[in-house]
Design a protein around this ligand. Sequence first.
Ligand SMILES: C[S@@+](CC[C@H](N)C(=O)[O-])C[C@H]1O[C@@H](n2cnc3c(N)ncnc32)[C@H](O)[C@@H]1O
Length: 370
Amino acid sequence: MRFFVTTPFSMEKPVKNQLLRLGIEVDNVTEGRVYFNGEQEQLAAACINIRCGDRIFREIASFDAFTFDELFDNVNKINWADIIGLGGKINVSAKCVRSKLMSPSDVQRITKMAIIKSIQRKIKKDKLPEINEEYPIEVHINKDKVTVALDCCGVSLHKRGYRVKNAVAPLRETFAAGLLEIAGYRAEKPFCDNFCGSGTLAIEAAMIGLNIAPGANRNFACEKFKSFDARVFDSARSKAKSEEKDILLNVTASDISPEMVDMARFHARRAGVENHINFKVCPAGKSIPKGDNGILIINPPYGERLEDRASMITLSKEIGQMLENYSSWNRFVLSGYKNFEKAVGKRAQKTRRFYNGNIECNLYHFFEKK
Ligand SMILES: C[S@@+](CC[C@H](N)C(=O)[O-])C[C@H]1O[C@@H](n2cnc3c(N)ncnc32)[C@H](O)[C@@H]1O
């Protein structure tokens, strides 16, 4: 079977690295997708252990279609009876980009009709009851190239289950894990987030350090699919649990707001890592590093969403001071503030572009001073 992991913008490489570390061979990487071939075992390992992908799909077919008839015929010739069988709920979603077929609702309707007719050809029934498990099917048309894929996750991979309270502008868990992968965080290194908000970066760091699999405590849509064996997931979960480590970490999460620190602590407790994170209420400028050669990742307010322009100037000065305090560390700042480098009075050695939600951001990397 061929699968692909969809990734946040520019996160293909971290996802590829994680698959390789799981012993899963990567077949191809395209914008926003990392492909691999495998069986249910590889799928289960990827679902449970991948930290920074969005979703995992099984690719069912890929073809060119310029008309609705071509779309219907190509979907209809797939043997859907073997994939869905009798009774599955068929839930089709569609995305159309720069193609002749640009109406998602028509693509959805015609795809579903083609699937039903295909099943009816094999299972001779006039009506198919949709009473059992859901099959989320995604049709993606980009420049007339159609991909038909089965969403194996159902719920996006960022839903680990630990984050339940609402903070202002939190990072997605998967995106935070991707930033940690890019920064090269490992259990032996000190880690700090001085603008921790709901705690995402520190919690993800502690989970990486303790080797806690992000998907071990949730379910995946494919566990209920007709042709999948749920026991494969049970053994992947047991394997992940047996590989967790109980070691000392040096992870710090602080924020100026006591309410946010409480929330971060609450989420950390739910994730099972509360005792591995040092929580502090502290303005970022007053924070000092605990240990040498660590990794600092912060996601301060950008101005657009949380603060007004004037307070950004004061905050930028404080961030400049904090970056100085941590000069023996590798420092990463994710910011959508356009004048960030000018405002903090420092030029980053490396800058990478990302999207945090819909907001274009840069990840500014200030190398450790030796
Ligand atoms: C964009 S949010 C961080 C979101 C976080 N990454 C998450 O995933 O929930 C920015 C945080 O910075 C905090 N903050 C604002 N000014 C600060 C300062 N001077 N020192 C420390 N924290 C500050 C806010 O309380 C807020 O929680």
